[in-house]
Design a protein around this ligand. Structure first.
Ligand SMILES: CC(C)(COP(=O)(O)OP(=O)(O)OC[C@H]1O[C@@H](n2cnc3c(N)ncnc32)[C@H](O)[C@@H]1OP(=O)(O)O)[C@@H](O)C(=O)NCCC(=O)NCCS
Length: 158
């Protein structure tokens, strides 16, 4: 699982108990997962269809730095299923897990549409697909010799 996005817990994110408000966390994780789904499916028209039980494992406090992780667990015909986890960036202590988040790929009419994807695409493949779609002629400076597969894997879908 890649933990890309970091958040700094601020006063406006707290509940009356002085810990991170669950609604703030869910908003962040839904957006993070949506961005992942959009990147993987190459379509901005994706909607959250389903979220499984949400386990608020432990609380976060003002000043904590937390990180949001997403992994694809299944590619359906029109849907993609993700797993999400939020943890403390320093201690790595788990804060929240969502075992299953389903996003549906829509067409221009807002109906479920096949996305044609069967597996995770990494940053280089996503960039190539974007270039093809945009018919970009010039590629950026990095040559394939410089390309580091490990770094690319880390960049999966972001
Ligand atoms: C998303 C929406 C168009 C899907 O409509 P639908 O009639 O359920 O569509 P389908 O039955 O064809 O299902 C579409 C996909 O969702 C999956 N799905 C449907 N209900 C599901 C559920 N309860 N749990 C998990 N997956 C589900 C189906 O398996 C299918 O995936 P697949 O093609 O990969 O097999 C419709 O439910 C909708 O507009 N919902 C509101 C979305 C929304 O506003 N979200 C919040 C803001 S982003």
């Amino acid at each position: 699982m890649n933990f890309h996005t970091r958040k700094w817990v601020k006063p406006e994110d707290l509940n009356p108990n002085g810990t991170l408000f669950g609604g703030s966390l869910l908003r962040w994780i839904d957006e993070e997962a949506a961005i992942y789904a959009i990147s993987q499916l190459g379509n901005q028209r994706v909607v959250t269809k389903f979220m499984s039980e949400i386990n608020f494992v432990s609380s976060a406090r003002q000043g904590d730095i937390i990180e949001l992780g997403i992994a694809a667990t299944h590619f359906g015909r029109t849907s993609i299923t993700l797993r999400a986890e939020v943890r403390n960036k320093i201690t790595r202590k788990s804060i929240l897990t969502v075992e299953k988040m389903v996003f549906v790929n829509l067409n221009e009419q807002g109906e479920p549409a096949p996305h044609g994807r069967t597996q995770i695409r990494y940053a280089d493949e996503l960039f190539e697909a974007y270039r093809r779609d945009q018919r970009v002629v010039e590629a950026p400076a990095a040559s394939s010799d410089d390309f580091n597969r490990e770094e690319a894997a880390e960049e999966a879908a972001h």
